[in-house]
Ligand binder design. Sequence first.
Ligand code: ADP
Length: 325
Amino acid sequence: MKMKRIGVLTSGGDTPGMNAAIRAVVKAGMHYGAEVYGIYKGYYGLIHDIIKPLDGNSVYNIIHRGGTILKSARCKEFKTAEGREKAFETLKKYDIDGLVVIGGDGTLTGARLLGKEHDFPVIGLPGTIDNDLYGTDYTIGYDTAVNTVVAAVDKIRDTAHSHDRLFIVEVMGRDAGFIALRSGIATGAEKILIPEAKTFIEDLYESLEKGKSHDEGAGIIIVAEGDDFGGALEVEKKIREKFPDYDIRVSILGHIQRGGAPTAYDRVLASGLGYQAVKALIDGKRGMMVGSINRKIEFTPFEQTIKYNRPVNVELHTIAEILAL
Ligand code: ADP
């Protein structure tokens, strides 16, 4: 079947680079002679008919902008078969032949169900700052988020050392420690706490004792929000119990990690994957996420991206511990 009209939406948590991906989808569509329709607010807009055609002008001057011009949303209704039925009706109403969705695990889960239940071609792009999707080395937005954390922690370190303070910095990652591990290594953090590695309180105390010998207790501990201690505030309590004299501050970086101009890496990744998503639809592919593994474009069926988790590099965590001593 010829793809005459392609829909594109962004869903779940927004990430820097989503705009570059939307731009690539629109331009690739123009290249292959397909019209591209923007669906606003993710699956909510698909159910509630918030749709507009996009052209070159719509995506002009957006490659460097964070967020998503199509807006994003979380939509409970889409988790029901009735919701997805309504979404499918909207696709039919607009004569849309194929859909590109950009988002994380939840978004791809929804995409799989929509495609299966209504025999509809859907291709997914990995859009999450957490980098925890199976089927790609990097997700769109991860590199930017890591660089944002690094810039923030470098600043925090200046004040940490000026006051001999210990900073506990909480970064995003409820289920995965990718952001924490990478930013922790890049900033030379004294300790990195991630959900994938059990943290023993005695080890933490020991590292702090060692660190004290060269800088009066100043330092940085990076904590992924999903660490088994339960976040930075809990870690702070534990440290205070043992070291009541330490000058400790907690900094929860929060949503700044989602925003800002995407790095060159994210722009290039999003551009390449956006183009490949459209080409895949044109080639008759469906039900898959496009990713990049070892510099090669790879298609992973939604079933697999949802079922498997991409593990963090645990060896890197061990190396980080050695380098922090
Ligand atoms: P992300 O895509 O970043 O993981 P969410 O988990 O919030 O973000 O998912 C985004 C949207 O995808 C949800 O609001 C919902 O509309 C849809 N979705 C998530 N999980 C499912 C599911 N199990 N079935 C159908 N749709 C889902």
